[in-house]
Design a protein around this ligand. Structure first.
Ligand code: ADP
Length: 380
């Protein structure tokens, strides 16, 4: 009888459930869903828990150890011996993968179903956060409906120049804040981009991706246009994306469109892993009422979606006036050191890197698609 109870108690699912009761100071969400828990195994009678913490503070480590022990004993296995290994602040560089763009190791699409949910704001801040972490970063603004990255990077008048590399003429991206930026907005006639038909837009994007001298990049971040149409499919056809990150507000209509975007990436013929979901404009806290949260677009809709679809939740961003102002003056919020907005974007970026590291460990590189239309894709 004891043996049966013990085997049941060491069930991994049960242990994971137990660990969902553990929270680490300075992070959002429980240690299972926020990526702090790196590994969990049972070796004989011993539960081995591996954590990755970003704070070297001893009291945070100690509290995590005590809470993990308590949670396992209380919710899963009362008599288990527990061994906890904690790694601190190790920014593991993502494994390199071959993509079709020479020198580019990981290509991440930032996508949303609906427009105006903050996709470009998130792309800009994540790109700079990654550069600040020491990665080599490119950012391609592929939003044909409204390329807003030039404004966010204070580059409205920038015009990329051509360079000759190995006898070929290539576009040189424009550098700011440690990021190599290229946007449809840099080119004459970009205002007309919105009326481009699918093939024209795809051709322009193809050129921007392949005829650019990106140099060596750890990440190429692509700010996709909102939606799930042919242009998106053409893009995944052009690039073996390492993963996609979906941004949505908690509003019902935005969530419905986010679902469509997720479904597109999950199509059998596309199969780009969704690294996680970000809830933007999660709530509003007025300055004069710092303890109040007003859920203007609904409460925790994206978090619920991530639970329902079993996709990691990368974090929430409140509505903060300075995020909008920072974007408008061309100095994204991440650059305002030690502010809640900068910390939030850093936290979300670290979670994204963690998810990417796990994705690269588990899955083979994404194959580029060989089909061109949404209809073709579904029919497959
Ligand atoms: P999308 O790329 O999805 O169309 P944008 O990133 O252009 O959306 O954001 C739309 C508007 O909302 C911009 O004016 C931006 O500055 C603002 N915005 C985005 N996220 C936030 C936020 N968390 N708080 C305040 N304003 C935001």
């Amino acid at each position: 009888m004891y043996l049966c109870v013990f085997i049941y108690a060491m069930d991994k699912e049960q242990l994971i459930k137990a660990l969902r009761h553990v929270f680490v100071s300075g992070t959002q969400g429980n240690i299972v869903d926020n990526g702090t828990l790196q590994n969990l195994q049972t070796v004989g009678e011993v539960v081995v828990v591996e954590l990755l913490l970003y704070s070297p503070a001893m009291h945070i480590k100690k509290k995590a150890e005590v809470d993990i022990l308590k949670a396992i004993h209380q919710y899963a296995a009362p008599k288990a011996k527990v061994k906890i290994n904690i790694q601190v602040d190790v920014q593991e560089k993502p494994k390199t993968r071959d993509t079709k763009v020479p020198g580019v190791k990981n290509v991440i699409a930032i996508a949303s179903g609906k427009g105006g949910v903050g996709k470009s704001t998130v792309a800009a801040n994540i790109a700079i956060a990654l550069a600040e972490m020491g990665f080599q970063i490119g950012l391609l603004d592929a939003d044909i409906y409204g390329p807003s990255i030039p404004v966010m990077f204070d580059m409205e008048s920038a015009r990329p120049i051509a360079v000759h590399i190995d006898g070929k003429e290539k576009i040189r991206p424009v550098d700011n804040y440690g990021v190599k930026v290229l946007s449809l907005g840099f080119f004459a006639g970009a205002n007309q981009a919105v009326v481009w038909r699918g093939p024209m837009a795809t051709k322009a994007l193809r050129q921007l991706i392949h005829d650019t001298h990106w140099g060596t990049l750890d990440f190429l971040i692509i700010d996709l246009p909102p939606g799930t149409g042919d242009i998106h499919l053409s893009l995944v056809q052009e690039l073996p994306l390492t993963g996609a990150v979906i941004v949505s507000t908690p509003q019902k209509v935005a969530l419905a469109d986010a679902r469509k975007a997720i479904a597109m990436f999950r199509l059998e013929a596309v199969k780009v892993p969704v690294l996680g979901l970000i809830e933007n404009m999660a709530y509003f806290t007025p300055e004069e009422l710092p303890n109040h949260k007003y859920y203007l677009f609904g409460k925790e809709g994206v978090q619920q979606l991530s639970t329902n679809l079993k996709i990691p939740f990368l974090g929430e961003i409140p509505i903060i006036q300075s995020i909008r102002e920072a974007a408008d003056v061309g100095r994204p919020a991440i650059l305002q050191d030690n502010t809640p907005s900068a910390e939030t974007f850093k936290y979300i970026t670290r979670n994204t890197v963690n998810q990417l590291v796990s994705r690269n460990k588990e899955l083979p590189p994404t194959e580029a698609l060989r089909i061109t239309t949404m209809a073709g894709c579904i029919a497959k």
